[in-house]
Design a protein around this ligand. Sequence first.
Ligand SMILES: [Zn+2]
Length: 421
Amino acid sequence: MSETTIAASASQLAAARVMERADHLADISETPRGLTRIYLSPEHLRANALVGHWMEQAGMRVWQDSVGNICGRYEGEQAGAPALLLGSHLDTVRDAGRYDGMLGVLTAIEVVQALHDRGRRLPMAVEIVGFGDEEGTRFGITLLGSRGLTGDWPSEWLQQQDAQGISVAQALANAGLDGANIGQAARNREEIAAYLELHIEQGPCLEQEGLALGVVQAINGARRLTCRFTGLAGHAGTVPMNHRQDALAASAEWMMAVESITKQHGRQQVATIGTLSCAPGAVNVIPGEVTLTLDVRGPEDEALEALQQALLAQAGDIAQRRGVQFSAEEYYRMAATRCDPELQQRLVQAVSRVQGRALSLPSGAGHDAIAISGCWPVGMLFVRCQGGISHHPAESVMAADVALAIEAFCYAVNAVACGDS
Ligand SMILES: [Zn+2]
């Protein structure tokens, strides 16, 4: 690596500023108590203005794009060079924490600030984007900000309405934007070289390992299925035990199998039966039909497919042995997003440098990087959060971890932009 990019003392000052700014942004909320900031709301525009101001202080040229993302650019050695894009989102769920999304934008500003303070330019430009919508809180559709950059905003999204009946098109107009211009937010492939996103982990793995930082291997793919065991309802008093076709007993046996089979398929895959309804649902009637949902997730699509097939095969075996029917219908599928191997390697080196070793882990939650990966290579850095809690006011990170994160982020950005080995 060419040189030290930020001193430890400077990273502590930078982390203190990030913590202060996260508090400041948390005050920009629709509700006086708690934090709620939804896409294209007055609070969203105020947050954009403030973040844009901080980007300008870090020496960046700043603009708001046509879907409402706040963007900044710090030129490289040659004006107009391709950019290394850093970012995350500035919108929140309802009654949110103050770091999910915002931490990635605020730490990225510190990376640029460190360059600006030393008058340093990299072979690549560095751009930062604060995405306007990742969570999908307002319109029930997600990643509107990042899909603006990739240019795959379906035109029917403009008609999508919020709970008040306001369409995306109207909300854009209310925010001073024009739905006819959303295509202008799309970026040419050659303008951006790669995307790096820093985010809180939203899970307990780093905390359990006693580590501040981790490197994301992949964002988990997910499938959701509606499953059904169909037996025969009957009199709870008159049908002998060995004559029953009890759909709930079959479901119970399968639920235990789902747990044990998933554990056998490795630590990174998870399966959950989250809902179950039993018919006819009376104390004195043998259950004739049980409907349940299965949610399976994992970082690799092939392994996930193998797990799903194993779980469904087991359900079929149980059903056959018990004389009941089993059926399953998949209603949702999201492919896993693999992080770019070279970017992962850069991040592993950067994280190892600041904390001695790096842990690679999958992301159980979705991120802007999912959309961006359709056009550009993506890498993600995770920061430990207390108790793995997110989407809740109790969301919390330590300033010391944020300082390490800024150091690692600076190393990684330098290494990627300079092409160091
Ligand atoms: Zn997030």
